[in-house]
Ligand binder design. Structure first.
Ligand code: KG4
Ligand code: ZN
Length: 354
């Protein structure tokens, strides 16, 4: 395995390809110089990410995206001290494209290879720009595939202290949006319509889950029955109260209030557990991460909770919240100084412990 080169300037290329974004980023001495993201639009027509199409699109995007990231950073291949990539978790066909590309680059340039865990990287996105949290901090990571509360004691020392036992928060937004007939990904649309709605108009049940774990599947089911019953009941009725036409009319006439109430419920589930985590750990530095942190209801509730409970709150810039390679490059920057390198035999994994 190649050793760390002696260098005054540490330049790392990060590559992210775990789902449907192909991204490359260059980090020089801990500063992000570029972060290019190619989003795959092809999945919209299928109502969700199609794994086979995602891997094919990564194959098409990876060369121009890596080239673009190097150019934007003003770097050449010879400047690179290490190549980092997302090893897990994610769609295996997507991960393999980034992993193989990174390995080939590390081999041909004779520089170390750094394997990064995607969820660890989401947390460390909070270290990209000022203001950065002091350690220890708690991070609520909310994305389409994950919902976790992470306790981070040092850049590479973190553990999951709470997570979803079923759907992720972003998945809950998307599934509820689908029930309302909205296109994929529906999370941003729920956010948009919720702005004109009354969050207290409909009261979807809050799950009773012990400890710091989350559950969102009950909310989704309650909304399913609520719509089937055209707003007259939250529970399953064998003989549906409403016809399809009544259901559609109900949705049309109440879309803003339904979206606001759904968003309110998901956000309160998240914030209640986060508050519990701060009380249990006594930690007041609290961060957000992941694509759902774009949600305006969550951002407002998070900031308000910060003021109320005297937390120091942190939210990374939006481009570092959704899937991106800058978070991979910054994580690799810390790993570089620990000599935490991987052999070329390292394999991508759909699931993996940290
Ligand atoms: O982190 P991310 O970009 O990708 C992964 O899942 O890893 O998160 C995407 C998720 C989707 O479920 C999307 O609907 C949700 O984040 N999302 C939102 C908003 N923007 C993105 N959900 C609610 N409100 C938003 N404004
Ligand atoms: Zn992610």
């Amino acid at each position: 395995m190649p050793m760390q080169k002696k260098a005054d300037c540490v330049t790392i290329l990060g590559i992210e390809s775990s789902c449907d974004e192909t991204s490359a980023s260059v980090c020089v001495n801990g500063q992000i110089r570029s972060n290019l993201i190619a989003t795959q639009k092809i999945h919209e027509q299928y109502g969700g990410v199609v794994p086979e199409l995602a891997s094919r699109a990564h194959m098409q995007h990876i060369v121009p995206v890596v080239d673009g990231a190097l150019q934007k950073a003003g770097c050449t291949l010879n400047d690179l001290n290490a190549i980092a990539f997302t090893r897990a978790p994610g769609l295996i066909g997507s991960l393999l494209v980034g992993a193989q590309f990174a390995k080939s680059m590390a081999l041909s340039l004779d520089v170390p290879l750094i394997a990064v865990h995607h969820m660890q990287a989401h947390v460390l996105a909070n270290l990209i720009d000022d203001p950065r949290p002091n350690f220890p901090f708690l991070c609520l990571t909310v994305s389409g595939g994950h919902t976790q509360i992470v306790l981070c004691e040092a850049p590479l020392q973190m553990k999951v202290i709470g997570e979803t036992i079923d759907d992720a928060a972003g998945e809950a937004f998307d599934k509820c949006a689908k029930l309302l007939g909205l296109p994929y990904p529906g999370g941003p649309l729920i956010d948009k319509y919720a702005k004109d709605g009354d969050p207290e108009r409909f009261s979807f049940p809050e799950p009773r889950i012990e400890g710091l774990d989350f559950s969102f599947s009950g909310v989704k089911t309650a909304i399913l029955y609520f719509l089937q019953n055209a707003g007259k009941s939250y529970v399953f009725k064998e003989n549906a109260i409403a016809t399809e036409e009544e259901k559609q009319t109900f949705i049309q006439n109440n879309l803003a209030d339904i979206c606001a109430s759904v968003q309110h419920r998901i956000v309160t589930i998240l914030l209640n557990k986060l508050k519990k985590a701060t009380l249990q750990t006594g930690i007041k530095n609290v961060c957000l991460a992941g694509g759902v942190s774009a949600n305006s209801g969550l951002r407002t509730a998070f900031r308000e909770a910060g003021e109320k409970y005297k937390w120091n709150t942190f939210i990374p810039a939006f481009e570092y919240c959704t899937d991106n390679a800058a978070m991979i490059a910054i994580t690799a920057y810390y790993k570089y100084f620990e000599n935490d390198f991987s052999p070329l035999s390292v394999t991508a994994a759909a699931r993996a412990e940290w």
